[in-house]
Design a protein around this ligand. Structure first.
Ligand SMILES: Nc1ncnc2c1ncn2[C@@H]1O[C@H](COP(=O)(O)OP(=O)(O)OP(=O)(O)O)[C@@H](O)[C@H]1O
Length: 353
C-alpha cells in the first residue's frame, strides 16, 4: 500500500527530469511577500525561454522584474508554480544549503560580490580553485579579454568607473563557465556612450559560446537592440512576451506599446475626438509617435505645438487640441515653432477592445 503513495503523487521531486520541456520552463509561478501584504508580487506567470537567447524582463518599477530573476536563479521559494531548467525543477532555498543554481550566475545591480580593494585579476581569478594554476591563469585571461578589460588587470576595482566595474562583475560571473547569465539592470551604471560597446560585447559572447542571458531592464532602447525575446511585466503579471520587433510593431496592449515605443495611448472619448469620421469599437487606442505626421496648413490648423524637445538628430513634438495631447517625431529640426498651429495625419494606429 505504501508504495502507491509515491506512484500517485503528481508533484515532481527536485531532481526528477520532466521530458519535453523547453530550456527554461516557467509554470504558473506566483510569489507574494508576507511582510508586504500590499505588494502584488508575481501572479501566475507561465512562459518558456530558449537556449542561447538574450531575454529581457521589462516593466515599470515594482512590477516584479527582480523577483522573477531571483526565482529563476533559485534565491526565492515560489508560493505556487515551478521553474524548470533543462527539465529539472530549480531548487529553492529550502532544497539547498547555498541558494542559486550551479549552472547559473547572477550579476546584481550593485556589484555586491566584488572586492573593491582587490585588483581586477584577483576579483575574477578568485572564483576558480587552485588545483590547476595554469588553467586558472588561462580562464581568467579569457574572461578578461572577452570583456575587454585585460589592460585593467592590475588596477583596483575601487579605482574603476561604473562601466568598468560592470565588466569586471560580468567577467567574474562568466569565468566559471555558467550556462545561464542573469543580470539585474546591467547598464544602469554604465555611461550612455559606453553602453553600446558593452551590449555588443555581451552579444558577441552569447553568439560565440552559446550562453543564455536573462536580464532585467527598464530601458526600451537597450532591450530592443539587444534582446531576442522580451517578457513584459505589470503589477506582477505577464502582459506580453515575444520578439522585440513583433512587440514593438504589433503590441498586444497599451502598456507594452507605451513601454517600448513611448506610444500615445488614447481612451474611448479621445479616440472619438481625434477621428470623429471613423467608427472605432474599442477601449484603448495606441499611436506610436512615428505614426503621426505633421502637415503644415494655414487653413485648417487643428493642433497647436505645445513643446519641442531636442533629441539630437530629431525632435519630439508635443501637440495639443483641447484636452488631447499627442507626441510625435520630427526628423527636420527647427522646421516648427512652439505655438504654431498645424494639421496632422495619422499613418497607423491600433485599437484594443
Ligand atoms: N524581499 C522582499 N520583501 C518584501 N517585498 C518585496 C521583496 N522583494 C520585492 N518586494 C516587493 O515586490 C514587488 C516587486 O518588486 P521587484 O523588486 O521585483 O520589482 P522590480 O520590477 O524589479 O522593481 P524596480 O524596477 O524598481 O527594481 C515590489 O512591490 C517590492 O516592494
Amino acid at each position: 500500500m505504501t508504495n502507491n503513495i509515491s506512484a500517485s503523487c503528481s508533484i515532481p521531486l527536485p531532481d526528477e527530469q520532466q521530458p519535453g520541456l523547453a530550456y527554461i520552463h516557467v509554470e504558473r509561478l506566483s510569489k507574494r511577500f508576507s511582510d508586504k501584504p500590499d505588494s502584488l508580487g508575481l501572479r501566475d506567470l507561465s512562459f518558456e525561454l530558449e537556449e542561447g537567447n538574450i531575454t529581457a524582463i521589462i516593466g515599470e518599477s515594482g512590477s516584479g522584474k527582480t523577483t522573477l530573476l531571483r526565482l529563476i536563479y533559485g534565491l526565492l521559494k515560489p508560493d505556487t508554480g515551478m521553474v524548470y531548467f533543462k527539465g529539472r525543477k530549480i531548487p529553492n532555498p529550502e532544497d539547498k544549503l547555498i541558494p542559486g543554481h550551479e549552472s547559473m550566475r547572477l550579476v546584481s545591480q550593485h556589484f555586491d560580490d566584488l572586492n573593491t580593494y582587490a585588483n581586477v585579476w584577483d576579483n575574477v581569478a578568485s572564483r576558480l580553485s587552485n588545483t590547476n594554476l595554469q588553467e586558472k591563469q588561462e580562464k581568467t585571461e579569457i574572461a578578461l579579454s572577452s570583456l575587454n578589460i585585460l589592460r585593467l588587470a592590475r588596477q583596483r576595482v575601487a579605482d574603476l568607473s561604473g562601466g568598468e566595474r560592470q565588466r569586471v562583475a560580468i567577467a567574474r560571473a562568466l569565468v566559471t563557465g555558467p550556462e545561464v547569465l542573469l543580470m539585474d539592470e546591467p547598464f544602469n551604471q554604465v555611461d550612455a556612450s559606453f553602453r553600446d560597446h558593452l551590449q555588443r560585447d555581451i552579444r558577441k559572447i552569447v553568439d560565440e559560446i552559446g550562453l543564455t542571458v536573462i536580464m532585467v531592464s527598464h530601458d526600451p532602447a537597450e532591450v530592443l537592440a539587444m534582446a531576442n525575446a522580451l517578457l513584459v511585466l505589470k503589477d506582477g503579471q505577464l502582459m506580453a512576451s515575444g520578439s522585440p520587433k513583433r512587440l514593438y510593431n504589433d503590441p498586444p496592449n497599451g502598456y507594452t506599446a507605451r513601454l517600448l515605443a513611448k506610444s500615445n495611448v488614447l481612451v474611448a472619448e479621445e479616440m472619438a475626438a481625434l477621428l470623429p469620421e471613423v467608427t472605432i469599437e474599442g477601449k484603448e487606442m495606441i499611436i506610436h509617435p512615428e505614426w503621426i505626421q505633421i502637415i503644415e496648413s494655414e487653413n485648417e490648423a487643428m493642433f497647436t505645438i505645445q513643446a519641442i524637445l531636442f533629441k539630437g538628430f530629431y525632435e519630439e513634438i508635443v501637440l495639443s487640441r483641447n484636452t488631447l495631447e499627442l507626441r510625435c517625431i520630427n526628423h527636420f529640426p527647427n522646421r516648427y515653432q512652439v505655438g504654431q498651429r498645424v494639421m496632422i495625419e495619422i499613418v497607423d494606429y491600433k485599437v484594443f477592445t
